[in-house]
Design a protein around this ligand. Structure first.
Ligand code: PLP
Length: 424
């Protein structure tokens, strides 16, 4: 079954014409394909099957309960980075004994909430955090399972704002510190060092960084076992790239080919934390053209979705394919090229910031007021980073399953915008 596709010059999500959704629910509008979510999860499940992986979908990519329920029902577990995300996965009915908890700034309240929830393990990012977890566990009379997060000092060649496994950024610890902390754990009966964790950054478009980090893990796991730790898990994080432009991303099986052998060599159970890989191409953001204008020798297409809905271009200079919902010309292979019958435009939003754009100098068929646009690959780090900036209510989110449509988040109202500021 198809996910997002053009049929008779019209964009569909599975069996539903996107223009019908826009007519029924208004714009801006998020449309998810359940089939896309499941297909991506299945690709990871199948590619890594030989390592018997625990797949922990990374909630921060998209934590909508509708998405989490689809993941949970299909056998995925979850990676969380806050108490709020842990609450979300519980609301979605997750088995918390398979949840992993990462993040550099876990508070005592969050640690206690995670211990009460009996999570699989904490990804520990510093000595102070290890101490805090040990302290909370002792108070509660429990043993906290921990994995130490290694910063392997590998350049994953992502955007400066999204690289996390390189020396000098705030994530993880170098291998010396990992060994120091491992010693400390030995003396603490409330801590169980059960794994090694890494997450290199995102999106990663080659397999080498994973190959290098898996190799680093082999030596460290052996050392820690010699020290007396029962290391059961190797967690290589997420970061698997997706196709935003064309066919730039490796397949899940390409990543698996470099990871699974190392994991087997260590006799560890593999943990993965894919976020973008699962959610990225599972949703589009649909908008409507409000005005067009010529200014400074350029044509601007001003549409009703903004950086408050999807901040990635403003924040990371990200590329998103943009194309009309009912185009006169079918979408090209190469969205960056000059396209006959099209004109170069800047696709911008209504927010009062120059960084509020979705595409610059992009060739699009001539657009007029009222036309619908689809912004593709918007499923990851779209709604989860959205805000009410400029007092813009968050858009409605729809889950499409074949011909069925479910509202998984209703559109916010003006009253919602002020609800928390009014006296109870
Ligand atoms: C953000 C994050 C992920 C997910 O990254 P993706 O690129 O979405 O796969 C996984 N693990 C950790 C620790 C993260 O912070």
């Amino acid at each position: 079954m198809q996910t997002f596709h053009y049929l008779n010059s019209e964009l569909y999500c599975e069996d539903v014409p996107v223009s019908r959704l826009a007519a029924d629910f208004g714009t801006p509008l998020w449309v998810y394909s359940k089939r896309a979510l499941l297909t991506q999860l299945e690709q990871i499940q199948e590619a890594f099957a030989a390592a018997n992986p625990i797949i922990c979908y990374s909630v921060k990519a998209n934590g909508n309960l509708g998405v989490l329920r689809v993941m949970q029902q299909a056998g995925s577990s979850f990676d969380v980075v806050s108490g709020g995300e842990l609450y979300r996965v519980k609301q979605a009915g997750a088995d918390t004994t398979k949840v992993v908890f990462a993040g550099v700034g876990k508070t005592d309240d969050e640690i206690r909430f995670a211990l009460e929830s009996k999570i699989l393990m904490f990804d520990v990012e510093s000595e102070a955090e290890l101490d805090a977890i040990g302290h909370c566990a002792a108070e509660m009379g429990v043993v906290a399972p921990v994995a130490l997060r290694l910063n392997p000092d590998i350049d994953a060649k992502t955007h400066a704002k999204t690289t996390t496994g390189k020396k000098g950024n705030k994530f993880g610890m170098d291998s010396e510190r990992v060994h120091e902390l491992a010693n400390k754990v030995l003396k603490n009966p409330n801590l169980d060092l059960c794994g090694i964790h890494m997450h290199l950054g995102s999106p990663i478009l080659t397999t080498e960084p994973y190959e290098l980090s898996a190799k680093k893990a082999v030596g460290i796991v052996a050392d820690l076992r010699t020290q007396g730790h029962q290391i059961r898990y190797l967690n290589l994080g997420g970061g698997f790239g997706i196709n935003y432009r064309g066919n730039e991303a490796p397949l899940a099986k390409d990543f698996a080919a470099v990871i699974v052998p190392a994991c087997k060599e260590m006799n560890c159970q593999l943990v993965l934390e894919p976020g973008r890989f699962i959610a990225g191409n599972s949703a589009i953001l649909v908008s409507q053209v409000v005005f067009t204008k010529m200014e400074g020798g350029k044509k601007f297409v001003i549409q009703d979705a903004g950086m408050n809905d999807l901040v990635r271009p403003a924040m990371y200079d990200s590329f998103h394919r943009v194309w009309p919902v009912k185009p006169a010309v079918l979408p090209p292979e190469d969205f960056e090229a000059e396209i006959p019958g099209c004109e170069p435009v800047d696709v911008v939003g209504p927010v009062c910031e120059s960084s509020d754009y979705f595409a610059k100098g992009r060739f699009l068929p001539p657009m007029v007021r009222g036309d619908l646009l689809a912004i593709f690959s918007a499923g990851a780090y779209g709604t989860s980073m959205s805000s009410n900036y400029n007092a813009r209510p968050r858009a409605v989110e729809l889950m499409v399953d074949g011909g069925a449509v479910e509202v998984v988040r209703r559109r916010e109202t003006y009253a919602d915008l002020v609800a928390h500021e009014l006296p109870e």
